[in-house]
Design a protein around this ligand. Structure first.
Ligand code: GLA
Length: 728
């Protein structure tokens, strides 16, 4: 049984973790414990109630002393304004104008099927392997009900949480804040690991000590953003990659988010995660409900690598879905960095023909095939072929691509509209905006109002026509600006603050139409690279373009940072030309390939410009990837040496059956007459003997673990080795 109840205590057990909560005498849901598996049901002795000066006591405090205060009680989901001065989980205004919330337990249920969330993507359980605890709380005065959901994926060490807020009164209720999760950690010394960035520089890890007061990160950009990924790790200050306790929290959501940690006056830490309450509001009429996005939570007692590996499996099996989830993805060539907007049918067919001869399996036609788009100032919203560029239409082009036995992929950016487009001339009011306020442009474009059904329908009709009439195997769905002057003309005055969230629901709705109508299509999400690399998007697209920065050296830290949460099967990674278009750096094609191979592999350059020697290397890269991609993507990923402030980076993958080990070593800064480079592989299987394929040298597993392997020919800047050890 994953969920047990004894008296007023609930216990959620996974293979290696336990989560305990308790209903107190006054009906508050007390957080008791989350961590490595424990047997006891009752831990009250360890975490007793404790009074503090200036921590007020509830009016119905059952004790004669001051020990019962919400301010000192670890809780699961917290109302506001009633003696807890830490961050609230939920606040709501009713017709009285008051917004305090006091939630008390009324009932619980244990559900054998995982409930879905209204309009939101969430984790799924295809094998009936979960149990869900639903805890019902009510504020009688505010006429508000909150149900807390805890789904336990016992075998995967995964627990998910979300909350449903309902109006159980006659009058409308106005939600001002509704977070997905609150977690109160006991007093200790913790670190927060977060993943910040910018365009072309996504998911850079930052580890900091959780200090007194508030810290955290957020997005107010309308998307999850390049700037702050909605994922974090809280770990003991001493935790390393190989050792120690760590918790991961990931929000299954693609819009504005907030993660806050707060170290209290007495050293506890409260974590709150969910939709950013800034610019959020939601009106609930009688009997209406609001679902918060889900949070995926994982605990490991064995360091950050172990935490990531558990997380990767959960993402691969319970977030990603559809025909492509476990399938080997085709090696693609994308024409963006090869031609930008300057292409015609011949150029694309030539690129495809060359690609085919090297072992590449799919060509992706990027931006510029529609309307009259020759640069980024026009035509978004006009999803019909530009016959000047493609005189035989997409049909003619895709037919030629099929004749050379290649798959065909296409770029779209459905959420956007250019001022210079037929769509805008017809529907200028389809833009997200606030009446009377001029509209800011981003990349010279506006954002369509996806809170409106007719706007989504209008875009879908066009896309559907393209997909119906052409043999399209893959779609790259892009999103190239963040949201400003956010408002929908159609929403009532007191519902305008719903726009941000409704916009995200609209995007999900359109994506859902695409993947359900065309389930064979491989969808790759993109937002100026990895600007929307989140669990929400991964519910529709099993892979995401990791970054617009294709420089192999910069990619090291981007992919390294991404690996804390996201498996290799989600990370689009391409070999591009040198000098690199973003950094001007010149790196060997071997290094570019070696780095991109630890992701969903492809190319993004004019292949005809490669030397014969380079083309031979490309052929070998394609052959290697076809043979090993699945083993790598489904294996265990180990971070070995961070590229940050280091002269080299290293990481490794051990296949599920431990018979294959892949090790990547890249020199970032060469050193003349430097030390020998030896890397230990502590994850090799002791009982196996391995052979390194290229050198044909044999090693015992124990040798790889303790003595390591000597890496040759990596003295100079940007040289790399990808070693492949196979069990003999
Ligand atoms: C974004 C994407 C790129 C490319 C361009 C096209 O920046 O991240 O890969 O598709 O748009 O405009």
């Amino acid at each position: 049984m994953a969920i047990t109840k004894k008296e007023n205590v609930f216990k959620l057990d996974t293979k290696n973790t336990s989560y305990l909560l308790k209903i107190t005498e006054l009906g508050y849901v007390m957080h008791v414990y989350y961590g490595a598996k424990v047997e006891d049901m009752d831990l009250s002795e360890i975490y007793p109630y404790r009074g503090r000066a200036f921590s007020p006591n509830m009016a119905d405090n059952p004790y004669s002393d001051d020990r019962y205060s919400l301010d000192t009680l670890p809780q699961e989901y917290v109302g506001s304004g009633c003696s807890d001065f830490r961050a609230a989980s939920v606040t709501a205004l009713d017709q009285s104008g008051y917004n305090s919330v006091d939630l008390r337990y009324t009932a619980y249920e244990i559900l054998e099927t995982k409930p879905s969330l209204e309009g939101l993507p969430s984790t799924y359980d295809e094998k009936g392997e979960t149990q869900t605890l639903a805890i019902h709380l009510v504020d009688e005065l505010r006429k508000m009900k909150v149900t807390l959901f805890y789904t336990v994926f016992a075998e995967k060490d995964l627990i998910t949480r979300s909350a449903k807020v309902e109006n159980i009164g006659e009058d409308s209720l106005y939600l001002e804040k509704a977070m997905s999760v609150c977690m109160d950690f006991p007093a200790s010394s913790y670190d927060l690991i977060q993943f910040h960035g910018s365009w072309a520089n996504e998911r850079q890890e930052q580890r900091s000590k959780i200090a007194y007061g508030l810290q955290g990160f957020s997005s107010k950009r309308g998307t999850s953003s390049h700037q702050h990924n909605p994922f974090c790790i809280v770990c003991d200050h001493e935790t390393t990659e190989k050792w120690g306790a760590a918790y991961a929290f990931g929000l299954v959501y693609s819009g504005n988010h907030l993660l806050q940690v707060e170290k209290t006056q007495t050293d506890e830490v409260r974590l709150t995660m969910g939709i950013n309450p800034d610019d959020f509001g939601w009106k609930l009429e009688k009997n209406q409900a609001f679902d918060t996005p889900e949070v995926m939570m994982i605990f490991s007692n064995h360091g950050l690598n172990d935490l990531s590996q558990i997380y990767h499996t959960a993402v691969r099996k319970h977030i990603c879905r559809g025909e492509w989830r476990d399938k080997q993805r085709p090696i693609l060539v994308n024409n963006w960095e090869a031609t930008y907007f300057d292409f015609d049918e011949d150029k694309i067919v030539d690129l495809a023909t060359k690609a085919k001869s090297l072992g590449i399996e799919m060509i992706v036609l990027d931006d510029g095939w529609f309307g009259h788009r020759n640069d980024d100032t026009t035509s978004l919203g006009d999803w019909f072929t530009d016959y000047h560029k493609l005189p035989n239409g997409l049909e003619g082009l895709s037919h030629k691509i099929k004749e050379i036995d290649m798959k065909f992929g296409l770029w779209i950016e459905p959420e956007m509209i250019s001022e210079d487009s037929e769509l805008y001339r017809k529907h200028p009011d389809w833009v997200l905006s606030q009446e009377g306020r001029s509209r800011s442009k981003g990349r010279t474009q506006y954002v369509l109002d996806f809170t409106r059904e007719e706007v989504i329908d209008g875009i879908w009709e066009q896309l559907d026509l393209v997909l119906k009439n052409n043999p399209i195997d893959y779609i790259k769905w892009d999103m190239n600006r963040h949201l400003t002057e956010v408002g929908s003309l159609m929403l009532a005055k007191d519902c305008k603050k719903e726009t941000y969230h409704r916009q995200v629901l609209g995007v999900y709705q359109l994506m859902n139409r695409l993947v359900t109508s065309y389930p064979h299509i491989l969808l790759e999400n993109c937002s100026g690279g990895g600007g929307r690399f989140d669990l929400g998007m991964l519910c529709y697209s099993p892979q995401i373009w990791t970054s617009d920065d294709t420089d192999a050296i910069e990619r090291l830290s981007i992919q390294y940072g991404s690996s804390y949460a996201y498996p290799l099967s989600c990370m689009g990674a391409h070999v591009s030309a040198v000098p690199n278009h973003q950094t001007g750096r010149i790196t060997p094609i071997k290094t570019r390939g070696d780095v991109a191979m630890f992701g969903v592999f492809g190319y993004e350059l004019d292949l005809a410009r490669l030397t014969t020697e380079e083309q031979d290397i490309v052929k070998k890269q394609c052959a290697f990837y076809k043979e090993n991609a699945l083993l790598m993507q489904q294996g265990k990923f180990y971070r070995i040496q961070t590229p940050k402030d280091s002269s080299y980076a290293a990481w490794s993958v051990v296949s599920e059956d431990e018979k294959h080990i892949y090790l990547l070593y890249v020199t970032i800064k060469g050193r003349a007459n430097g030390p020998q480079k030896v890397v230990k592989l502590p994850y090799a299987n002791y009982n196996m003997k391995y052979r390194e394929v290229e050198s044909n040298r044999s090693y015992y597993g124990s040798t790889l673990c303790h003595a390591g392997v000597l890496i040759a020919d990596v003295e100079q800047d940007y040289q790399s080795q990808l070693l492949h050890f196979v069990c003999e």
